[in-house]
Design a protein around this ligand. Structure first.
Ligand code: 5GP
Length: 346
């Protein structure tokens, strides 16, 4: 046994220190970024915020709306080949720049991926997603997928340490997804004791990825627009959101009425709800590592989006970053023992 003594930080442990700036208004800030992806040798331009590949978040409906604002959606992996074909046959031009098809690492997953690409060769992004990106089998799957699809953009995760980010990029990933345990409906830390505070994970993983010319996605743990700003400030190239995009018209799941209020169901992809729905229950050898909750219905996602993007623009003006790209360079985090004043929070 060993102990690492330096403290690892989460979003709640820091604030961003304001800096003198010549920016007059939030409207001067541009949130669009442009990336060249290392292994697929391709290029992307947009606002680097993503909806998570959960069936109550990363839906076709979400993608249609977010893509209009140049945001990205990692579509969940439970749509059938027929559903994909139908959706893409009616999809607007250019949507393929703003969606990824998600996959696990099983044989069936690989076959489905192949079938969807066969009928839809324009699709560009693959999101290879497992809860634990540390297994050798995972890196091998990334490598095989890279060999099979040399010019597709491959997102792979999740991991939380620099050495694994490097290994995945060397195995063929363009973008590595970072986060173990911070998610709003995640119980991994409770069930296993494993995890890594998200802000430190971003700082360390971004350093590793950028050293090789790759990118990272900060996945999980953002509960406010301020957290999204902190994730970018820490060095995330993309920020992925589950809970903040859940509960909207475009999110999957039924609207339910409780005591006169509307709610939408939201659950982890490893929760017993998801496992009952897709694999006929929780297998005997495992525990569910996700929660099922009902979140108050939040209306159309575009209003939430405005709140997030407005907050982010404001962060940029506080530190003098005219472009989101400059935010990390302009960020000084201060460690804190308080966050917002909650006196009027009910
Ligand atoms: P949020 O933005 O809600 O805090 O986090 C979203 C992320 O939580 C997802 O992108 C995914 O990485 C993670 N996640 C989703 N479902 C589960 C689950 O059932 N268990 C765990 N451990 N993580 C989950």
């Amino acid at each position: 046994m060993r102990i690492e003594h330096d403290i690892k930080l989460g979003f709640k442990d820091v604030m961003i220190r304001p800096k003198r700036s010549t920016l007059k208004s939030r409207s001067q800030v541009t949130l669009e970024r442009e990336f060249n992806f290392l292994n697929s040798n391709s290029n992307w331009k947009g606002v680097p915020i993503m909806a998570a590949n959960m069936d109550t978040v990363g839906t076709f409906e979400m993608a249609l709306e977010l893509s209009q604002h140049k945001l990205f959606t990692a579509i969940h992996k439970h749509y059938s080949i027929e559903e994909w074909n139908k959706f893409l046959s009616e999809a607007p031009d250019g949507l393929e720049d703003y969606i990824a098809i998600s996959t696990g690492t099983g044989k069936e997953d690989a076959l489905k991926l192949k079938a969807v690409f066969k009928s839809n060769p324009k699709l560009k992004f693959i999101c290879i997603d497992v809860a634990n990106g540390y297994s050798e089998h995972f890196a091998e799957f990334v490598n095989q997928t890279r060999n099979q699809y040399p010019d597709k953009v491959i997102i792979a995760g999740n991991v939380v340490t620099g050495e694994m980010v490097e290994q995945l990029i060397l195995s063929g990933a363009d973008i590595v997804k970072v986060g173990i345990g911070p998610g709003s409906v995640c119980t991994t830390r409770v069930k296993t004791g494993v995890g890594y505070p998200q802000l430190s994970a971003i700082i360390e993983c971004a350093d590793a990825a950028h050293g090789l010319g790759g990118q990272i996605i900060s996945d999980g743990g953002c509960t406010t627009p301020g957290d999204v700003a902190k994730a970018f400030g820490a060095g995330a190239d993309f920020v992925m959101l589950g809970g903040m995009f859940a509960g909207h018209t475009e999110s999957g799941g039924e609207l339910v009425l409780r005591h006169g209020e509307q709610y939408k169901q939201f659950y982890g992809m490893s929760s017993s709800t998801a496992m009952d729905k897709y694999v006929g229950g929780v297998a005997e050898y495992r525990a569910s590592e996700g929660k099922t909750v009902e979140v108050p219905y939040k209306g159309d996602v575009k209003d939430t989006l405005q709140d997030i993007l407005g907050g982010l623009r404001s962060t940029c003006t506080y530190v003098g970053a005219q472009r989101l790209k400059e935010l990390t360079k302009r960020t000084t985090f201060i460690r804190v023992a308080e966050q917002e004043n909650q006196v009027y929070n009910s």
